[in-house]
Design a binder for this molecule. Sequence first.
Ligand code: ATP
Length: 332
Amino acid sequence: MFDITVISGDGIGKEVMGAALHVLDHLNIDFNYNFTNAGNECFKKTGTTIPDKTINEAREGDATLFGAVTTVPGQKSAIITLRKELDLFANIRPVKSYPGVKSLYDDLDFVIIRENTEGLYSGIEEATEERATALRVITREASERICKFAFQYAKKTDRGKVTVIHKANVLKKTDGLFRNIFYKIAADFSDIRTEDRYVDAAAMLFITKPQIFDVVVTTNLFGDILSDEGAGLVGGLGLTPSANIGENYGLFEPVHGSAPDMAGKNIANPSAMILSAVMMLNYLKEYETARNVENALIQVLIEGKTVTPDLGGSASTIEMAKEVINKLEGKL
Ligand code: ATP
């Protein structure tokens, strides 16, 4: 039995969450869901986008599933607050091609691990009339833990190479430190190959030769940009899941937002949310079930019959999820 904190949020967040929970309900695992609130609708009801109660409930569960929220400019970001409060220092973004999905490449399978707590997003900015600055903070502690996490992740998932992406030729002190720490940590993982690349060259290689990547580890801003580039390589937002991991907590969310233009129509692609639930199952060490759900989704994508409009079909969000469940029958 697992206690799962569920934050559906706004817009299509609610629809794709409903679809993913429907799939989870058909597995041979007991989940106890604790539904809680964040986002813009929550703001309208409670005056805050992320109540303390929600943060505490996320702390209490075995894992958190997060749909999507609409962030109105000027409001506190629910997801950034959760990442900070739960110290979710690692953002994992798989770049994986799925059959039946129109993509630039059909043979990709690599993972981007982005440092989630500091770098250029440390939140330390200053402005006068004439000048504005943002502080790019790279600490030994945060760099060690993200690099160690990347190597451990590579080891656990049988991946042979970790690439660090940086700009140490220009950002000599900050990225110099990050790269040096990467190689120091690498020494403890002698069976895993290493490589370092400048971010500009890596951005081009993502387009021209993405097959060379296996596990990528990088700082906050570079990771943010490169992971969207990665999503663009493999069919876009409807298919891209993510995980936010800390020492004690895991939060799983699709990369897409609340898509107000699609909300209420029940046509959002549920794949990114279902694949986020697959990442959660792996986090909970339910490896076989995770594989089964992913394979069932792959079958639905290959058949291409019961898929949502963005994939060329006419199925609703929930119909596509039900088709995943049909493919699971007999495999559990
Ligand atoms: P937000 O303000 O919450 O970030 P947004 O509309 O700016 O919302 P996204 O929700 O990430 O940003 O979506 C951008 C566009 O991508 C949507 O308008 C929609 O057309 C498409 N999209 C996003 N998610 C999905 C999905 N699950 N299925 C199909 N299309 C999607």
